[in-house]
Write a protein that binds this ligand. Structure first.
Ligand SMILES: [Zn+2]
Length: 188
């Protein structure tokens, strides 16, 4: 995340500059950017797989259930809630929704679940019926748990973790060792 931001920032600076006098400045910015990137890669903060955005508000996620995949949602909520740092609760009359779960039916995409984060406002988690409808309970739970992981601010990590980009590839439906490590780094 930081690496991409660094590249984008440097790109913006680099484009309009044509004057030779500004070249040393650019070079310095390049070195600074590289140092920043190296420091970022080496620091434990970035070693965690973070999304850079989450649906957590004041230590909790208040969610709205508009999905038909209730078993999968209940499973995802229970499994992450049990880790104890972030409360994951249905939205109530007196609370503000942080995350909406909703179903779509799209054959024009390849994803079975998608988390759409907003820095301000309510995040949305989409479950794609086009692939999930006839799928196993196991896979529905894996996908939903993965999307809620994004809601908690976790980015994609590696195999075999629930936050690996293919959530159904691991044969499990709950956060694994590194998933939990990332979670506790984000929510100590
Ligand atoms: Zn994902």
């Amino acid at each position: 995340m930081v690496f991409r931001l660094a590249s984008a920032a440097l790109g913006t600076v680099a484009r309009p500059v044509t004057s030779g006098r500004l070249r040393p400045v650019l070079r310095w910015l390049g070195v600074a950017g590289l140092a920043w990137t190296v420091a970022g890669v080496l620091s434990p903060h970035v070693a965690a797989h973070e999304l850079g955005c989450d649906a957590v508000d004041d230590g909790e996620i208040r969610y709205v259930d508009q999905t038909r995949h209730d078993d999968a949602l209940a499973h995802a909520v229970t499994t992450w809630h049990a880790l104890g740092r972030v409360d994951i609760l249905p939205n109530g009359w007196w609370t503000v929704a942080d995350l909406v779960w909703t179903d779509v039916n799209r054959t024009d995409v390849t994803w079975d679940g998608l988390f759409y984060c907003r820095i301000f406002g309510t995040a949305t988690a989409y479950l794609n019926d086009a692939f999930l409808e006839g799928d196993s309970q196991h896979n529905k739970r894996a996908v939903t748990t993965h999307e809620l992981g994004h809601g908690l601010g976790l980015g994609h990590s590696y195999k075999p973790q629930i936050m690996y980009r293919c959530a159904t590839c691991g044969g499990f439906t709950t956060p694994q060792a590194h998933d939990r490590e990332d979670y506790f780094k984000l929510w100590p």
